[in-house]
Design a protein around this ligand. Structure first.
Ligand SMILES: [Zn+2]
Length: 256
């Protein structure tokens, strides 16, 4: 009995420390938080949550799409806390948990996360491919982190914000560019492309895992997973990193 309690406490501390979804934050906690915030937008904004779209290679899952007269917002939600650092081109970002906020009194610890800007770029591409049948529409990508995340990132060209700033960011787009008819047309095009068949989410998760493994394998063989170029060691402000031999055409980078 005691052993079960001890295991339970250790698991709880680990989950709290890591700041990702846990039994305190049941699965998809971040997505549900953001969905609630989006629900409070006025009727002009149509929100579609957890959309699974087909791509040339498989499927892509989009956390939230907001269709409005002011543009189409594609939102990627990240339920992470701590310091988040990264560059818009790098393959991975870092989550740093600092001593003081941590248990067991250990100092700073770092975890890696996939660059959410790149993830959202592939979402935008998939959405564009769906919508091109009815026209070209401006898509505004937004990456939104938990309010417990301190964002230390250099992404001048992309919107990366905390949850608390999401609605004001969306509402800062004030110029109507889409007619009510277009908003309806776009919404129904996305809804009918959304894959809802049984097992499709599970297949998507397996697909993502396969892609991740393929990328890792390419990198360990010294190949760029984006363009097949060679990976070469480079020196930057923050130390050595791997870059693609096809730079600047390909901007793949990976930290050691
Ligand atoms: Zn490359």
């Amino acid at each position: 009995m005691e052993i079960i309690i001890i295991i339970g406490i250790v698991a709880l501390l680990w989950a709290l420390e890591r700041g990702v979804s846990s039994f305190k934050n049941t699965p998809n906690y971040g997505e549900r938080c953001v969905a609630r915030k989006l629900k409070r937008l006025s009727k002009e904004y149509v929100t579609l949550n957890d959309v699974l779209l087909p791509t040339h290679y498989g499927t892509t899952q989009i956390d939230h799409i907001v269709v409005s007269p002011y543009g189409i917002f594609v939102i990627e939600t990240k339920d992470y806390k701590g310091w988040i650092s990264g560059h818009e081109d790098s393959e991975e970002w870092k989550q740093s948990l600092i001593g003081g906020k941590r248990f067991f009194g250990r100092s700073k610890k770092q975890y890696r996360l996939p660059n959410p800007i790149l993830q959202n770029k592939s979402h935008t591409k998939a959405l564009n491919a769906i919508l091109k049948k009815i026209g070209y529409f401006p898509i505004i990508p937004i990456v939104v982190f938990s309010d417990n995340a301190e964002l230390k990132i250099t992404t001048p060209n992309y919107t990366v914000i905390n949850w608390c700033d999401l609605r004001s960011t969306i509402k800062s787009y004030k110029i109507p560019i889409l007619s009510q008819e277009n908003v309806q047309l776009i919404t129904s095009a996305i809804s009918s492309a959304n894959i809802t068949t049984k097992g499709s989410r599970e297949n998507h998760i397996r697909y993502v895992e396969t892609i991740r493994k393929e990328k890792e394998e390419a990198i360990s063989n010294g190949k760029c997973p984006r363009c097949g170029g060679h990976l070469v060691e480079r020196k930057g402000k923050h130390g050595k990193f791997l870059g693609c031999s096809h730079f600047p055409k390909c901007r793949f980078t990976k930290n050691y």
